[in-house]
Design a protein. Structure first.
Lengths: 553, 241
């Protein structure tokens, strides 16, 4: 009896959580808003994809933690999770039919309840369909879980790729139309979304790539390792040159909109790398990071704008001043918080961020800092008469900044100072017992991070031309923390990936933007559940080495 | 601790023993600068250590290991050892960013020395493994390698044989003696295993309730009635052979 209870108990538990989550997602209107965008034109919308993906994920979580991991139990848990989730949704729909939910939940529309959630089928048949769908989802997920890993990887990534392609139409369309023949565009996309053929082609393409990599990949890797250093260096240089070339011509090949997106992502990459040093390398949780961003922007404004100080210097002149004040602020922040750890450090730094915001907003300092009206007419960068006006030109400034900051981060990482930071992060007391001076190393970390943020502030100020206090709020700090966690704390490629995902995607998907913070939260929770080290962790290389050695090298 | 007066002779192995709570680890913490004594002096070759920060004390030549092994878990073995070398490396912030020849050379030399230290403790094949993945015995030896990286004059080992079987314990004893013989390091040892204490120590100090109960060579301590009564007890007296 005990054993039989156990088969469905866990599944039901996961299902309850999942059911509540899906009900909430429906009630806040996320599903309905997302249905406005088609993934595959006239076949499936982004809303339904989200709906389905959530269901599959819930059943997957149930399948994953089944103990003992017997096939029958895994499938049953999965089914029960799916069924329970569907049951909650049915309850919601029935409730919606009898009570006017719209009094409290504006988004609980008739369309949502009787059409979208029930996949287009009306009335009680819809409810039955929903329950069956729940069971089916569980069944599919259960079987999926039992497939060999390579098959699962292929299916998952190919599906993800197709969905992404469908969702990111605005990104793909200009790339295709600028660079590839008309025929390819038409094969893959319509004005609304992917074509069915397009989606299948992408699916098959990614599947083939993954399969061929898994067959040939190890061979290629061994071949690479076997090459003499000189040849490796040559190939690496060629690869870097190609990458740099791609980065340099990107704004012209991708169009104005994408350049704008890349510019914003780039600013956050700069910020992320700076915070990565403070949080990722040194382990100092700084939630007031936006303060240094603000300082960089305001110093730039004061120096280059005719307002307030009327100095009218060029942007290039502003850079050293912004860096100086930014780094100074970083060190000054560091001094009082030297002995704080963990939560206390977070709150104290958060306070500092708010102090700066309030100072630039205040009426008392309006004659010096512009108050709530901010400072305008910030100079654009100029070189020999050529003005960097639009996103496509500012892009290069940002790329230069990013490359500089990536270089400095990379140099510091494997150095004596980087190791001292890592040691402080792992165990402050023992680090001190190894001869590491906590004061100077913490201040170095704060200062370096602040310097990067100030640089980003300079470019930001110049780019938007007028700065206002409300741009420098705590959510910016939190966004940056989220993106470095999501991408992988301490990892340079991780920051880039995190910025692309959490900053770039909302720019490309307007529907996202409204539910931005909810999506951030969900993304973080999902990451913590399935991949806590982040999308591109720094340890990936080390883990590979470790596994290689463990496998009897 | 209460009126504790200990003198440690250079290039000896000096053990500190006593029942749990006698103040042994507290003693280590005072010497290494984690606790500040309310009264008294701590002198390293006539240099006063009282009130100095732990990182200063390390630079003066005292290193330690910990009872519960406190390695840096998410750093590899070699990185752990390299951290130990921090105080002796001179690469500056600017030098690192500009990748000056000095920095390049210092990193290479540091890596070579770290590998030598790992070889000394038989961990050279595991240099790139995360220290949290190492088996227990390896972790203990890695901690010692890391402490050695600070180039100490005095090495304080806190229960280095805890959790080891007799074979491993014997290996650790030989190893500790080689530290003194080959590297000329003075060793201070907190230990519970009487076999180890009696076997390799030159001087033993016995603590009880923070006070010094007795001090002397292993033979003297074995026969000291106060020690036998307070600490060794009937069963342990036979264990000491």
């Amino acid at each position: 009896m005990e054993q039989i209870h156990a088969i469905w108990r866990y599944g039901i538990k996961v299902g309850i959580v999942g059911g509540i989550v899906l009900v909430l997602m429906a009630l806040i209107g996320m599903i309905e808003v997302f249905t406005q965008r088609q993934v595959i034109a006239d076949t499936i919308s982004m809303g339904h994809t989200l709906y389905l993906a959530a269901g599959l994920f819930i059943c997957y979580m149930a399948a994953r933690r089944t103990t003992p991991a017997k096939p029958l139990w895994i499938i049953s848990n999965s089914i029960f999770a799916g069924l329970t989730t569907a049951f909650f949704l049915v309850l919601l729909i029935i409730l919606g039919r009898n009570v006017n939910l719209r009094l409290m939940f504006i988004n609980a529309s008739d369309l949502l309840l009787n059409n979208l959630l029930t996949l287009g089928v009306q009335g009680n048949n819809g409810l039955r369909l929903l329950l069956i769908a729940g069971i089916a989802t569980g069944l599919i997920t259960g079987f999926f879980y039992l497939l060999p890993k390579i098959v699962r990887t292929v299916i998952l990534w190919s599906l993800a790729g197709s969905v992404f392609a469908g969702v990111l139409q605005e990104l793909i369309r200009p790339i295709l139309s600028n660079n590839f023949p008309e025929a390819i565009s038409e094969w893959l996309l319509t004005s609304d979304g992917l074509t069915m053929k397009g989606a299948l082609s992408i699916f098959i393409f990614i599947a083939l790539v993954i399969i061929s990599w898994s067959i040939k990949g190890e061979g290629i890797r061994q071949g690479w390792l076997g090459l003499p250093k000189k040849q490796q260096l040559t190939w690496r240089t060629i690869g870097t040159i190609i990458l740099l070339a791609a980065i340099l011509i990107a704004p012209w090949r991708l169009g104005l909109f994408m350049s704008e997106v890349l510019t914003i992502v780039g600013l956050y990459v700069l910020l992320g790398l700076g915070l990565n040093i403070v949080v990722g390398y040194a382990g100092l949780l700084d939630l007031g990071y936006v303060a240094f961003f603000a300082i960089g922007a305001y110093v730039t404004a004061l120096i280059t704008s005719p307002e307030i100080m009327n100095l009218n210097w060029s942007l290039w002149a502003a850079i050293p001043f912004a860096l100086f004040f930014g780094i100074l602020a970083g060190v000054l922040l560091g001094v009082p918080v030297l002995k704080m750890r963990g939560d206390y450090l977070a709150i104290a730094t958060m306070g500092f961020g708010e102090i700066i915001r309030l100072l630039v907003l205040s009426d008392a300092l309006r004659p010096f800092l512009g108050g709530s009206q901010g400072i305008g007419k910030i100079a654009k960068p100029q070189v020999l008469g050529f003005v960097f006006k639009g996103p496509q030109e500012i892009y290069y400034l940002i790329i230069a900044g990013c490359l500089l900051v990536i270089f400095v981060s990379w140099r510091l990482k494997d150095s004596r100072i980087g190791r001292a930071w890592k040691a402080m992060r792992e165990d402050e007391d023992v680090a001190q017992a190894m001869g590491i001076n906590l004061v100077s190393n913490k201040l170095l970390a704060f200062g370096t991070g602040a310097g990067f943020a100030a640089l980003s502030g300079v470019i930001f100020g110049s780019k938007i031309g007028s700065i206002y206090p409300h741009s420098f709020n705590i959510m910016v700090s939190i966004n940056i923390v989220c993106l470095i966690i999501f991408g992988g704390i301490g990892s340079i490629p991780g920051v880039i990936v995190g910025a692309a995902a959490l900053i770039g995607l909302p720019e490309l998907l307007r529907e996202f933007a409204e539910y931005r913070f909810l999506v951030y939260g969900i993304a973080l929770v999902v990451m913590m559940l399935i991949r806590p080290e982040g999308l591109w962790p720094e340890e990936a290389r080390k883990r590979e080495l470790h596994e290689g050695k463990a496998n009897g090298t | 601790m209460d009126g504790l007066d200990i003198e440690i002779e250079e290039k000896t192995i000096h053990s500190v023993i006593g029942p749990n709570g006698a103040g042994k680890t507290t003693f280590f913490n005072c010497i290494t600068g984690f606790y500040k004594p309310e009264a008294g002096e701590i002198l390293l070759e006539n240099h006063s250590l009282v009130g100095l920060m732990p990182d200063r004390i390390v630079r003066l030549g005292i290193a330690r290991t910990y009872q519960n092994i406190r390695l840096f878990p998410d750093l590899t073995a070699i990185e752990n050892v390299l951290v130990g070398m921090h105080a002796h490396l001179k690469s500056s912030y600017l030098g690192i960013i500009l990748n000056t020849p000095f920095v390049k050379r210092e990193e290479q030399e540091a890596e070579a020395e770290a590998n030598r230290l790992l070889k000394f403790v038989n961990l050279e094949t595991k240099a790139n493994m995360l220290s949290k993945h190492l088996p227990y015995g390896d972790q203990r030896r890695l901690e010692i390698a890391r402490a050695l990286a600070t180039r100490p004059k005095l090495l304080c080992l806190d229960e280095p044989t805890a959790g080891m079987n007799s074979g491993e314990t014997q290996a650790m004893c030989d190893f500790i003696q080689s530290l003194r013989d080959d590297l000329g390091i003075t060793i201070m040892l907190i230990e519970h295993q009487m076999r180890v204490v009696m076997g390799i120590s030159e001087i033993i100090t016995v603590l009880d309730y923070g006070k010094k109960l007795a001090e002397g060579t292993p033979d003297e301590i074995k026969r000291n009635p106060k020690v036998i009564e307070a600490y060794l007890g009937q069963g342990s007296a036979s264990q000491a052979h």
